[in-house]
Design a protein around this ligand. Structure first.
Ligand code: SF4
Ligand code: SF4
Length: 148
């Protein structure tokens, strides 16, 4: 098996700059477990949570649930001065960043992503095993596909 570009681990330490949570529209897709955790966190019903904080995104064959943004394109859960207001229940997509399949695909994609994340290529080294565990977690907890 060929050696991965991250076989010696990779440095990453979040500076909490908030860049990945703010300013630009994007999708934060929820897995079944993410939804469960957030419902528990807010103690509200699924319908109420989706109505208040989510949008349904048609991705072709499936529809998925994504968090919405505020009018200024910050994530609905971003709070100035506090950061992520649901930090302990934040979705796996957020927790596993930047160790996403699309980013870990090649050294080139890693370095390209690092241009917009000041935490990448700095700080604590994350081992190959740790990175693979994040990738596996994403595979085991895919975005929830819904019918309507
Ligand atoms: S862009 Fe990178 S450093 Fe900034 S909050 Fe996101 S993960 Fe952390
Ligand atoms: S849920 Fe939290 S960590 Fe995820 S994008 Fe929103 S503010 Fe950022």
């Amino acid at each position: 098996m060929s050696k991965k570009f991250y076989s010696e681990g990779l440095p990453f330490e979040c500076t909490r700059c908030g860049h990945c949570c703010r300013h630009e529209p994007g999708f934060v897709f929820l897995s079944e477990k993410d939804l469960e955790s957030l419902l528990k966190y807010f103690s509200i019903s699924q319908d109420e949570f989706i109505e208040k904080y989510c949008r349904i995104v048609d991705v072709g064959f499936f529809k998925r649930i994504s968090l919405i943004e505020k009018p200024n394109n910050d994530c609905i859960f971003w709070q100035n001065g506090m950061g992520c207001s649901v930090y302990s229940a934040r979705p796996l997509q957020c927790r596993s960043y930047p160790f996403w399949h699309a980013v870990m695909d090649s050294e080139e994609s890693w370095n390209e992503e690092a241009e917009s994340c000041p935490g990448m290529n700095h700080g604590k080294i994350h081992s190959e095993q740790e990175i693979e565990e994040w990738l596996k977690k994403r595979e085991e907890n895919p975005p929830l596909d819904i019918d309507s």
